[in-house]
Ligand binder design. Structure first.
Ligand code: ASP
Length: 324
């Protein structure tokens, strides 16, 4: 018997249509309807209707539930690979969650669409067809969770949404895509190296993200310290530097025992303890901040949620970040 592809449909624009009652696009199509809309689906597909939500409604708890289900179906001999359809707004966060959590040596990918299913020339069917090709391909296995959009194949760790409306919205800044889904075959040119697995029983959801801007103060950090948040990610500038008042807020959070991870608001590159002025990443690191490495703020938050499900020890937490 030919192994099947399991499609988890979660919602997003790929499954949306204009609703006259709401005056805009809203969730409409099921996973089965998405498959039925493909003109030429030559893959055996089994659909799991996971949810039908816009992706700003996706939560880390739902991601954990999805990751468990994905891992379970991938362990079956009858499964060739998995496709998850997802809204593009938070797709990179769910993709990174699955990348870290799911232990499997079969293909796993996410796709979505920028145009509603009832718009002129919707991109959803083509994206879904490309994703099915990727999920069916042994070449796509052991590359972690992939993102397939606009005929490009990206690594979950590197990919991000870079345009609010263009069909070419997903990019892996600096690194570029892993490959291309051509009409007749997939073309891979590289594989993601240094992937990590974090597989806790549960996650810590009370983890927050603060983005720095010129002149910002410690108000948000102070509020999080007061509420006894369980983790904070600060998206600093450049190598991970922050304004002086933010530095004060970070020290206050650390003194209260809250782990703080530093990411960069740049689209790519690592955080590094280079600058030693007040708020420079060296001062932050010396004070006990964990350098996040190359991942974005939203992805560092996902990783910290998973890591806090494994340990609360600051030294052990730091070992999960900034891996080569
Ligand atoms: N707002 C939509 C969502 O993320 C956008 C999309 O799917 O492209 O659900």
């Amino acid at each position: 018997m030919r192994a099947k592809i399991i499609l988890f449909s979660t919602g997003g624009t790929i499954a949306m249509r204009y609703s006259p009652e709401s005056g805009g696009a809203t969730p409409a199509l099921s996973g089965s309807e998405l498959i039925a809309s493909l003109p030429a689906c030559r893959f055996p597909v089994e659909v799991r209707e996971f949810s039908n939500i816009p992706s700003p409604h996706m939560t880390p708890k739902l991601m954990l539930d999805l990751a468990r289900q994905v891992e379970q179906v991938l362990s079956a001999k009858t499964t060739a690979g998995v496709v998850v359809t997802h809204g593009t707004d938070t797709l990179e966060e769910t993709a990174y969650f699955l990348d870290l959590y799911v232990r499997a040596d079969k293909a796993l990918c996410l796709t979505g669409a920028m145009r509603d299913a009832d718009e002129l020339c919707p991109d959803g069917p083509k994206n879904l067809l490309c994703a099915l090709k990727v999920a069916a391909s042994p070449e796509a296995a052991k590359k972690g969770c992939l993102v397939v959009m606009n005929e490009e194949i990206h690594a979950a760790r590197e990919v991000t949404k870079v345009h609010s409306s263009s069909l070419k919205t997903f990019a892996s800044p600096f690194w570029g895509p892993l490959g291309h889904a051509d009409v007749d075959r997939l073309i891979f040119r590289r594989a993601p190296l240094g992937r990590q697995t974090l597989h806790p029983e549960n996650i810590e959801e009370d983890v927050h993200l603060i983005k720095c801007a010129a002149g910002c103060d410690d108000f948000l950090l102070h509020s999080l310290t007061e509420k006894k948040a369980k983790g904070i990610v600060v998206e600093g500038m450049g190598r991970g530097n922050v304004p002086p008042l933010v530095f004060n807020g970070i020290k206050e959070a650390l003194a209260a025992g809250i782990p703080v991870v530093l990411a960069s608001r740049c689209l790519s590159g690592r955080t590094l303890d280079h600058y030693a002025y007040a708020g420079g990443a060296k001062k932050l690191h010396d004070a006990g901040v964990i350098l996040g490495g190359e991942i974005s703020g939203p992805k560092a938050r996902i990783k910290l949620m998973l890591a806090l499900g494994l340990t609360r020890d600051p030294d052990r937490l730091a070992e999960y970040f900034d891996k080569p």
